[in-house]
Ligand binder design. Structure first.
Ligand code: AMP
Ligand code: ZN
Ligand code: FE
Ligand code: FE
Length: 299
């Protein structure tokens, strides 16, 4: 019988920090999540989590508040971000962990990405207008709040205006890749995304790696500087998890996992902490924590 890949031991040569129940992929109202950082951390604490990665799209706006809330609950927060990188046919997302979020170069790179989002969003709205599906900018701004605005906010505004029955329908009919109101935005190459993360002292991890759908592309992203793969994810099947684990082992890659939860009011309300992640994953991950983070966050 072949050994159970999930039962693999943590690498023994690394100092281990104790780690409990974890979720390393979470969105807040700083981007397209529905919980504020404080609400998210409260919810995570109520579910017994002890280590969180806050990974909003193109912004670290929620990190400071999450870290402060984490202190109150005795729960550690890893400063993170999620960057979308370009591939001709699919979305390649890179998670950045242990980033020095105050880093001015990081902040100017993120500001530029958010600017490109704004340009893209405006073009989507024009396309929707042409399709006779107008979306009110004031409503859209009210929905997205001060955070990094994205297609889920546009989808929510479309549902509110009666243009679609659900956000998924809005994506399926209009906003998804190749649909009538789709606009691609200027995107980073995977290696550029990895470089931005590494320059801020962070570790780049290929998000929802099974959704990439191509071993070739996964290998390219690794060659471009990704230090790890998000193996455990709410959209991954057990078979995908097993294949990714064996790739990670072959290539000595870091393994991470998270729900990618966007909160209870989102279209796909995956509960925080609902992806089962073996303890060795958190331990091996924490073994890579930089000194400054350990000093700042160790209990
Ligand atoms: P954006 O970053 O603005 O391009 O929007 C991408 C985000 O939209 C993703 O990170 C998901 O949160 C969400 N999303 C993508 N596809 C769908 C879909 N089919 N249904 C609902 N949400 C989606
Ligand atoms: Zn999102
Ligand atoms: Fe993603
Ligand atoms: Fe995500």
């Amino acid at each position: 019988m072949s050994p159970d890949p999930l039962a693999r031991e943590a690498p023994e040569d690394r100092a281990t920090l104790m780690c409990g129940h974890i979720d390393l992929h979470l969105h807040t109202t700083a981007s397209d999540g529905s919980l504020t950082p404080t609400e998210l951390v409260g919810e995570a604490a109520a579910r017994g989590l002890t280590l969180l990665g806050v990974t909003d799209h193109d912004t670290t706006e929620g990190v400071e508040e999450a870290v402060a809330a984490g202190r109150g609950y005795g729960l550690r927060v890893i400063p993170g971000v999620e960057l979308a990188a370009d591939s001709a046919t699919r979305d390649i997302h890179l998670l950045g962990y242990f980033i020095k979020w105050e880093d001015p170069d990081l902040q100017s790179a993120l500001a530029q990405l958010r600017e490109q989002r704004e340009v893209r969003n405006a073009r989507i709205l024009r396309k929707l207008q042409d399709l006779h599906l107008p979306v009110d900018m004031a409503r859209l701004k009210a929905i997205s709040g001060s955070g990094s605005m994205g297609r889920p906010h546009i989808a929510a505004a479309m549902v509110e205006a009666g243009h679609a029955a659900s956000q998924s329908e809005a994506f399926r009919r209009y906003l998804g890749r190749g649909r009538s109101a789709f606009v691609s935005r200027a995107r980073l190459k995977p290696e550029e995304a990895c470089r931005i993360i590494a320059a801020a002292g962070g570790l780049a991890v290929l998000a929802h790696a099974a959704k990439v759908g191509s071993w070739e592309v996964i290998r390219q992203v690794v060659a471009g500087g990704a230090a790890g793969l998000e193996v455990f994810h709410s959209d991954h099947s057990p078979e995908e998890v097993a294949s990714l684990l064996s790739l990670a082992r072959d290539q000595s890659l870091l393994v991470t996992g998270g729900t990618d939860s966007h909160g209870p009011r989102s279209d796909r309300p995956t509960p925080i902490g609902s992806v089962e992640i073996p303890a060795w994953v958190g331990e091996a991950f924490l073994a890579r924590a930089p000194e400054w983070w350990r000093e700042r966050f160790s209990p």
